[in-house]
Structures are given as C-alpha cells and as structure tokens.
Design a protein around this ligand. Structure first.
Ligand code: PGA
Length: 252
C-alpha cells in the first residue's frame, strides 16, 4: 500500500504519565479539536489504560493499545499484561517488538512472532517495530537485520490476515530513538522503499510503514512527504497534547 490516504500517528508514552496526566492530555487534546483524517493512536502505560479508555469516550477517532503484552489470554504469568483484557477495555492495537523491549527486556524474534499471532487471533492490530542499531548500520548490516526482523515476525502468518486492515510496520532506527538524531530524509527514503519492496516480495502487499525516532513537530511535515512513509511512531513528542497535535496534522 503506497498511497497516502491517511497516515497513522501513534504516540508511545513508554513508562511516562499516570492516570491524572492521562486525563489532562485527553482534555487538552479534545480542546484542540482535531478534525483531520489521520488515524491517531496512543500506547499508554498499562496502568493508565483504564484512565485513557474512560477519558477517550467522545474523543472520536483516537484508538489505543498496549505497549507490551503476553501471548496467553490468562494464567500464571506474574507481572504480564493480558491483551484479552485490554481488548475488553477497548484496545484495538498491540505494539510489538519495540527496540526497548528487545534490548532491555530480551524480547526475541520468536516472541515477537508469537505476539503478532496472538494479537491477530484476538482481533487486534499488531504494530511491529523493527530497526537496526548504530553498530549494525555502520557494519553495513541494516537490511540484513530489517529483513530478518520482518521475516521472523510474520513467518507463516497468512497474507489474508492483513486484507482488511493492513500490516503495520514501524521502522525505528535504534540510534534515532530518544536521541534527537532523526534519520536523514535520504536514509528514511531508502529504508522505507526497501521495506516496501521486501514486504511485497513476501506477498504482504497490504501494508503501512511508519517511521519512528525523534519525530517532532518541526520535522514531521518533511518526513511525511517521503514515499512509503505512512505515518509515525512518536515517543517523547507524544507526551504533551499540543506537540502531538502538531505532528498529528502531518501530511494533511
Ligand atoms: P522518540 O521515541 O520519538 O522519543 O525518539 C520513538 C519510539 O521509541 O517509539
């Protein structure tokens, strides 16, 4: 999918915001009166999911999901989050394989795949994060890494799973996350075109590719104009409603 009918603008709050800040964010967001056609999403900390779900009632169009969850509906999995419960609370999405999950919490390609399968089985949309480290980029391994991460994440998953709702991949070069160093337009252009072609070769023609890594209000417009950039996954700049609103308008 290369056309840009609408972008997906997703905010990843990471381990920031509590219920009170969540309510403040949503009430500020409502007062900004977003009327655009982009799909706006929030990935709150699990402890704020209920506050977000409650506050979002009537903030039409905003969807949300968990930043991390386990691959079983329920059971003896101390400390884990159930996607099944999140769905009951109104979640529509599941963020999977974020580089912080991979590097800090040891999430493997195989767990990513299981999580993708579980989310699809629950009727939720997975957003699969991929990205190379600086070391991998400098060693010329960028596309080897991205290719492996994608193939492993969707191994044996039928293309029909994405017929109605496209497969969403968030390309986040690890060296650009939270560093203020955004990838250059040429780097983004090259990587997104490569991912687009790779997905097509795998038969996954229904897809949207988001860019993530130091997206801010002042670079979002330029990035949104790059071919095969179908939206953003935004960390730091999604915490505050006014800033996130500026990014939400990208490409419109
Ligand atoms: P950042 O984070 O926008 O703060 O760089 C992006 C992400 O980790 O999803």
């Amino acid at each position: 999918m290369s056309m840009k009918s609408h972008l997906i603008i997703a905010g990843n709050w990471k381990q920031n915001h509590g219920p009170r800040q969540t309510r403040t964010f949503v009430s500020e967001w409502k007062s900004l009166n977003y009327q655009g056609k982009n799909q706006i999403l929030i990935f709150p900390p699990a402890l704020c999911a209920q506050a977000l779900a409650d506050a979002l009632v009537q903030a039409n169009g905003i969807e949300w999901g968990l930043q991390n969850s386990w691959t079983k509906k329920a059971g003896a999995f101390t400390g884990e989050n159930s996607l099944t419960v999140a769905k009951e609370m109104g979640a529509r999405w599941s963020l999977i394989g974020h580089s912080e999950r991979r590097s800090l919490f040891g999430e493997t390609d195989s767990q990513v795949r299981q999580k993708v399968e579980f989310a699809l089985g629950e009727g939720l949309r997975p957003m699969i994060c991929i990205g190379e480290t600086l070391q991998e980029r400098e060693a010329g391994q960028t596309y080897q890494v991205l290719g492996r991460q994608i193939s492993e994440a969707i191994k044996d998953i039928k293309t029909e799973a994405f017929q109605n709702a496209p497969l969403v991949i968030a390309y986040e070069p690890v060296w650009a996350i939270g560093t203020g160093v955004v990838a250059s337009p040429d780097q983004v252009k090259e990587a997104h075109a490569w991912i687009h072609n790779f997905l097509n070769q795998q038969g996954q023609t229904s897809h949207q590719i988001l860019y993530g890594g130091s997206v801010k209000a002042d670079n979002a417009q330029q990035l949104a104009a790059i071919p095969f950039v179908n939206g953003f996954l935004v960390g730091g700049a999604s915490l505050e409603a006014k800033q996130f609103f500026q990014i939400a308008k990208a490409g419109e």
